[in-house]
Every structure is written in C-alpha cells, then in structure tokens.
Write a protein that binds this ligand. Structure first.
Ligand code: B12
Length: 293
C-alpha cells in the first residue's frame, strides 16, 4: 500500500496523490479547485486526501480507476458495487462476500478486505457492518442444514485468514499507548471476535497479547505478573458449561482487581453468565464500542 509521508497518518498529500494517479501536482491542485477531487484542508491551508476521496474521483473518472485499489469482480470493475462500498453501505456486498467465503475464494476475499480498508481506514466498520453479518449468515445456513460442518469450517476459516492478512496493511501507531490482554474462556472455540478486538486495539496503539481460544483462566496469572496489562478483553460467544465459565469469570475478575486491570467483556456468552454484584466489567456490544473503550 502506498502510504503518505506521515507513516501513521491515513491522509495523503498532494504529492502522494499525484504519484498514485500518475499526474503532476499542479493537476491535483486544479482538480481540487474545480471541485472534481474532494479533500480536507489543514489549519495551515494544505490539502490532505483520504483514499475515499480518490476512489470517489475514480468512480466519476474511470480512466484513473486502474491506479486505485477499487474492487474488481472477475475482469469487471463493478462501479455500482464500488459506489456502495464507498458510502460504507454493504447491502449488496454481504451476499457477494458470503458466496466468495463459501467457495473459499481467498484472493477475492483479500482483495475486498484490503480495498475496503484502503478506502475507509476503518476496521470497526468492516467488522461490524460486513464480517459480522456474513458470519451470522453462515451460522443460519449451518443451522438450517444448508451448509455441512466442513463447508461452515471452510467458509469461516477463509474469513479468519483474510482478517489476519488484512492486519499486515493496517496502519498502527509506532508509540504504544498501553498494554492489553485479549482472551476467551477455556471452553471457547470461537476466536474470530477476539482476533478482531486484538486488531482494533493495535490500531489504537495498544501492545496486545492474544491468547485466543480455550484459555484456562487459572493459568493466566503469569501474564498479569510479567506483561502487566492495564486492560483485559474477554470474548465469549458460546458457553458450554455455565457453572465452570462462571467460576472462570470470577477468577478473571479477581486477577484484574489484584493487578489493577480494567476488564471488558463482549459476546452473547457473557449474557448467559450471572455477574457477581458490583462487578467492574464493562460490557461492549460492538466493535465500534471497542474503539471507544
Ligand atoms: C465460525 C463458527 C464456529 C467455528 C469457530 C471458528 C473460530 N475459529 O472462531 C467452530 C466450527 C469452531 C464453531 C464451533 C461451535 N459452534 Co459455532 N459458530 C460459528 C459462527 C458461524 C460464526 C462465529 C463468529 O465468529 N461470529 C462473528 C462474531 C463477530 O459475531 P458475534 O459472536 O455475534 O459477536 C458480536 C458481539 O457479540 C460482539 N462480540 C463478540 N465477542 C466480543 C468480544 C469483545 C471483547 C467485544 C467488545 C465484542 C464482542 O461483537 C460482535 C458484533 O456484534 C456462528 C454464527 C453466529 N451467529 O455468529 C456459530 C455459532 C456461534 N456456533 C454455534 C454452536 C452451537 C457451535 C458448537 C456448539 C457446535 C457443536 N455442536 O460443536 C461449537 C461450539 C464449540 C465451543 N465450545 O466453542 C451457535 C451458538 C448458539 C448458541 N449461542 O447457543 C452459533 C450461533 C451457530 C448457530 N446459528 O447455531 N463455531
């Protein structure tokens, strides 16, 4: 991905834009003055661009689309679908993405995820508005016997791989703002939301330890002692044994209290557990919430 001169900034300068579109800087200036190419102006009067400004320009000026990470569907560049993606509305993209996940088309999945990120620079939008509905749809299909267990595994693993590869191009601040530990309970196999939480926290500058699925809480004290997380995020999608999970949550609350870490929880499983009176756990219901936490 072409990055702006400010390594961690999502903004591109006029020079960056000229390089991407293969024109000279004066042309970029002329387009912005004519209102053809949108931009934001800094307090000092400099023009700054986001990928979505360039993508909107390319939708109207197809000649330049070849220079941009617009999504190609087969050999076609579907501009209607690209226009929808630009607005951050994924109504038609959801069934398309679902079909590609079910056919394990990892290349198209990656192309879509990377392009979406480059246009919006917003992982929470991709997770909440595209990947969550697609994963839920896979769940419904499986429940209705429209997908076998193996087909469900293949589709969800294709998405999981795509999420992990996407993180390579995501902009992360160089300076750490804190330490966070992301985990699931010991009977949990669903680790995709936890992975997403890890990635969101990394974009905010947190150094993250991710222990993933089936983490025995009783075994994590050494993490608290050595890594000293200020925040702990637990994801619980499915609770196999309510009593055992309840006990693990109590252990986790105690560890967080002893080590002065703030505990955050998310997922349908958390709703199944009765929380002890006065528990200091903050419940987060979406990936947007993780960005605000
Ligand atoms: C992929 C998948 C699997 C994969 C997991 C692979 C992996 N590496 O994660 C595998 C095949 C292993 C699996 C196993 C099972 N699964 Co499953 N699985 C799914 C599926 C299709 C997607 C899960 C997912 O990633 N969802 C995407 C996330 C983002 O959505 P979400 O969980 O709703 O999360 C939202 C919020 O809760 C929140 N959130 C969630 N966690 C967190 C954490 C934090 C910190 C924050 C801030 C927010 C947050 O963010 C999301 C945004 O809204 C779901 C379908 C579905 N409805 O989700 C079924 C589903 C969860 N599975 C289900 C079941 C029944 C099982 C099994 C018991 C099947 C079996 N008989 O073996 C086992 C359970 C094993 C276990 N002990 O965990 C049921 C659960 C029903 C229930 N609650 O009672 C579902 C709903 C399918 C269904 N329709 O029946 N599964």
């Amino acid at each position: 991905m072409m990055q702006s001169s400010e390594h961690t900034s999502p903004y591109l300068s006029s020079v960056d834009v000229a390089r991407i579109l293969d024109v000279n800087v004066a042309t970029v200036k002329r387009w912005t003055e004519a209102g053809k190419l949108d931009c934001v102006k800094t307090a000092g009067g400099h023009r700054k661009f986001l990928m979505r400004h360039l993508a909107a320009f390319a939708i109207d000026h197809q000649k330049y689309a070849q220079h941009l990470p617009l999504i190609k569907f087969g050999s076609e560049l579907n501009l209607d679908l690209n226009a929808e993606i630009l607005k951050g509305e994924f109504k038609d993209l959801i069934p398309f993405f679902l079909e590609k996940a079910m056919s394990c088309d990892a290349v198209t999945i990656q192309n879509i995820l990377n392009s979406l990120y480059m246009v919006h620079q917003n992982l929470a939008l991709i997770y909440d508005n595209l990947l969550t509905p697609v994963l839920h749809e896979i769940g419904y299909k499986w429940e209705r016997d429209e997908l076998s267990i193996t087909q469900e595994h293949l589709a969800s693993q294709t998405i999981r791989d795509g999420i992990i590869k996407l993180q390579d191009i995501v902009i992360k601040p160089e300076e750490h703002v804190g330490r966070a530990f992301v985990l699931t309970f010991s009977d949990e196999l669903h680790d995709i939301p936890a992975k997403m939480v890890q990635h969101l926290l990394e974009t905010r500058g947190f150094q993250v330890l991710y222990s993933g699925q089936r983490t025995p809480i009783g075994d994590t004290e050494s993490v608290f002692e050595t890594f000293q997380p200020e925040r702990v995020y637990v994801s619980s999608v499915y609770v196999e044994n309510i009593e055992a999970t309840q006990k693990e949550l109590k252990e986790l609350i105690d560890l967080c209290e002893t080590h002065e870490a703030q505990l955050y929880g998310g997922g349908a499983g958390i709703g199944q557990i009765t929380l002890p009176e006065g528990t200091k756990i903050k419940y987060l219901s979406s990936f947007y919430d993780v960005m605000d936490s």
